[in-house]
Design a protein. Sequence first.
Length: 343
Amino acid sequence: MFLLKQSASRPALLAILITGAFGLPTSNAQTFALTDAAALVPVNVKVAAAEYKGRKAVLITSDPSQGGFALLKGVDFQDGTIEGEIALKIAASPGPPGMRRSPGFVGIAFRAQPDASHYELFYLRPGNSTSDDQSMRNHSAQYSYEPDQGWLKLRRQWPWVYETWADLKMETWTRIKIEVKGRAAKLFVNGSEQPSLVVDGLKGDDLRGGIALWSYPNQEAYFSNFHIVSSPPVPVKNGSEAAGSWQVTAVGDAIGFEGALQLKRDGNKLTGDWSGASGKARPVTGTWRNGYIELSFDAELGNPANPIIAPAIIAGWIDGDAGSGRMRVVDRTDGRWTAVRKP
């Protein structure tokens, strides 16, 4: 990942980079055959024309010491669809003998900044799809927001929410489609009418950016026949204020609850209290990032005279006078929350 020069402001340089790398699309539909590397801007990767499984394509390989991708030229994307075909071949098995496992990693970044500093990402692990270990099978398709909300954080904090099983094969062309609409995105595999993975609450601050082909060290990633259609963007804005009084409704797979949330904000720090079906005046702590909040408190469940205490987690976006996102009461329930600001 390259560094911006200190002699100019970051916003100014990013504006220059976005203009040069993305350009302005001449229509809402763009097609990239990817029979050579002319349509790509490599960032810490190597790109070359190739032929794989009887098809002309581009081959992307990554430096083991750096993360990167290859941007599609002239793409400035917010909402719409991204379609293309990808194939993966493992070139080397990482790790010591006896511990080597190579599920493979290949995907598509969107709303990406041109220096690869942060981006939304859907990627596949084809080698996990046919594993005899069900846990590994469930790690076949993944969403992450790089670098702040990577797979490890999302998997530990929100088990099974941001990854899933998909029917994949190594060294085989796979059709993928990504639909992006506001703060939601869906991943479709091999022409399925139903998405393999649904993300309702993208983690990234950037509401628009580039589209990039993403690979990983020690493998050969092939890409072909990409088609992008931009649609009118959903009118969401970052930076909404979280401080105030909120009426919250949470619906989970096991239990749901309602309550009143009082929040104060000091910079990126949130404090407050929760009162409702899961406790009265329970202290709340958390963080605010450009309108994205993460909150936690100890919920009281069961008999009020002898309640069970379990950690509750709320994360999502505030958009004006409304909010929504994921909620979890550890070992008790998992689901979604919505909120409206109270006068």
